[in-house]
Each structure stands twice: as structure tokens, then as C-alpha cells.
Ligand binder design. Structure first.
Ligand SMILES: [Zn+2]
Length: 268
């Protein structure tokens, strides 16, 4: 298979169980969220998958939002009563109320959104699609960057994932797709670092040395001046200091003391 399978970095509890069919025979292009029908911990879900029933899921989301890993993404879990579905789906069992409509706690739903975003990202998907229609969903041939949501009730006489989540499948798809298409934040410009030591005393017209270079470097960076950083406090540097002091409402005396230095640093 072309995919290099990985697992979610959101996992907070790992208990790999042997209830799976080995490596999946179809690339991942579906996500199938389920309701546990119980407000379970991640460990409790691991107990269930380690018990006698032939059930498992790739991930579980516990009542406190902990993400459990039970069957690695590369393997086909035993979750949706459909071999065809589970060969291509990441299955997620979510802690829910034990009674209809099998509501989730807010943290569980929020975690489901985050986990779906992560699954899509790691598997190269830019869209999570919810059609709300069994035939359309199961016959749809997703593009390489598309992931399709499916539900257990299409494969077995069950209400899974419960009416509570079923009513939110569209919201889930929209939130995940929106997050996948957020423009990436521009890389912040690294803060320029002055190579010269800050002078410890006032620097004024006629001075020479690295303290003057510090002033010239700062005037260039903070005030857009184009001074030669030559360590010579001449007329051009003096004019630039006066201009900076006036702009920043400092005493315009052309002497670079502690207040002017502080303003120069702040203006970077
Ligand atoms: Zn289910």
C-alpha cells in the first residue's frame, strides 16, 4: 500500500488488542464514529476490547476526553459490522450516555473534532464529507484528498452512532474541513538581535565606539534610518536621534540616554 500508516499524537492511553484482521486492504478514506452506549474510561474500553466479544475500534474517546488507541491505524478493526467499511475506515468509539439519544459530553465531541482533523491531516485529506445518505456515501469514490463519514446504522440494525451524534455529523464534517483549510499562519519574523552591546552611559554627538554602533543599528531597525553603522556619532546620526526623539515624544536633545535607549528597543 502506498500509505505510510501512523497513529494519532493525541493518544493518551494505549492498549493494543489482538481483535483485528491485520493490515487493511484498502487505503484510509473513511471515518466511522460510534457511540459506546456507556460513559466509559479509556481503560474500561480496553477491557471491553480484551473481553470475549469480537469487537474493537482503532480509537476510543473516553468520557474525560482521553483518546485511547486499541487497534493501530494500519490494521482493520472489528467495529462497524462491515468488512468493506472497516477495511477503509478509521473507527472511533465515543463514550456516550447509555440511553437514547446516546448524547456525548462536550469534551468528547470536541475531542472527536480534533481527532478527525488529525486523522485527515496525517492521511493527506483536505475535506471530510458527510452526505447524510447511505447509498451516496457508500458508492462515492472519494478524491485523493477527501475523507467520507459513514455510520454503523447503515450496516446493521443499530441506532449507532445514536441520534445525538447523527444530528451533528454535518457539523462535524464542516468543522473538520474548515480546520483543514485554514490558511497557515505566516512564520513570524525572527526578532532581530543587535550584535553590539547596549551602552551603559549616555551617547552623544562626537562619540565613537560600539555604543554608537548600537545606537545606529537601532535607529536603522526601529526608525528605518539608513545610517552607516560605523561607530561615529556624526551629524547624520544626530539628526536621526533628534527625529526619533521628537516622534516618540522624548526630550529632543540628541543625547541617547536610558529613556531614548528604552524607546529604541521598544520600537524594534
Ligand atoms: Zn457502532
Amino acid at each position: 500500500m502506498a500509505t505510510n500508516y501512523t497513529n494519532s499524537p493525541l493518544v493518551g492511553y494505549t492498549r493494543l488488542v489482538d481483535k483485528h484482521s491485520g493490515e487493511r486492504t484498502h487505503a484510509i478514506d473513511r471515518i466511522t464514529p460510534h457511540c459506546v452506549v456507556g460513559q466509559v474510561t479509556a481503560a474500561r474500553l480496553g477491557d471491553i476490547f480484551s473481553g470475549t466479544r469480537a469487537v474493537s475500534s482503532n480509537y476510543g474517546i473516553a468520557l474525560d476526553g482521553t483518546v485511547g488507541l486499541y487497534v493501530e491505524e494500519k490494521n482493520r478493526s472489528w467495529c462497524s459490522s462491515s468488512n468493506a467499511n472497516d477495511q477503509r475506515a478509521i473507527t472511533i468509539e465515543c463514550a456516550s450516555d447509555p440511553k437514547p439519544p446516546y448524547a456525548f459530553k462536550p469534551v468528547v465531541y470536541e475531542t472527536l473534532v480534533q481527532l478527525c482533523i488529525d486523522i485527515c491531516k496525517r492521511n493527506g485529506k483536505k475535506k471530510l464529507l458527510w452526505f447524510g445518505d447511505k447509498t451516496k456515501s457508500l458508492t462515492y469514490n472519494p478524491k485523493p484528498d477527501e475523507m467520507v463519514l459513514t455510520v454503523h446504522r447503515w450496516f446493521a440494525n443499530k441506532s449507532c452512532p445514536g441520534d445525538w451524534l447523527y444530528a451533528r455529523m454535518d457539523d462535524l464534517a464542516r468543522k473538520v474541513t474548515a480546520a483543514l483549510n485554514e490558511p497557515t499562519a505566516p512564520t513570524p519574523k525572527p526578532t532581530a538581535k543587535c550584535p553590539y552591546a547596549e551602552p551603559k552611559t549616555a551617547v552623544r554627538y562626537g562619540a565613537r565606539g560600539n555604543g554608537v554602533k548600537w545606537v545606529q543599528w537601532h535607529l536603522n531597525k526601529a526608525a528605518g534610518e539608513k545610517l552607516d553603522v560605523d561607530g561615529h556619532f556624526g551629524v547624520l546620526t544626530k539628526a536621526a536621534v533628534l527625529s526619533f526623539q521628537r516622534k516618540h515624544r522624548l526630550a529632543a536633545d540628541s543625547i541617547v540616554g536610558s529613556k531614548t535607549r528604552a524607546a529604541l528597543k521598544k520600537a524594534l
